[in-house]
Design a protein. Sequence first.
Length: 138
Amino acid sequence: MVSKPRSGFREIEHTADWELQVWAPDFLALLEQAARAMGILLEITLESTPRLHRSFELPFSDQETLLVDFLSELLFLGEDQGIAFDKFELKMFGNSFYASLEGAAIKDQAKEIKAVTYHCLKIRSTAQGLETNLVFDV
């Protein structure tokens, strides 16, 4: 029997939108896997140089809201500034989340996401850590 990797994601068939199952050993790793999965769904290719850095802080009250807000911020940066990220340094202190990101200008993007939704969003504890299903409005 093949075991599931500690962190990862897979696309799930959805009638109208895109759905992903994402899992990781802890919440910050779950956020990173969700961000990586979203970039793969969008079929983003980055320019090789220059490398760009962005940082932001998000207040939050619960994990599901933070997950949606974080991915929505990444979508905004892609649309507004034309950049995407492949390196993530994520931290939480109290009710504040800090993201320090490294990436580059988007060279090519084959698909678009309109919004990250709360549709059936629930972060679940498992024996291996955390998992959730994300639905994206396309």
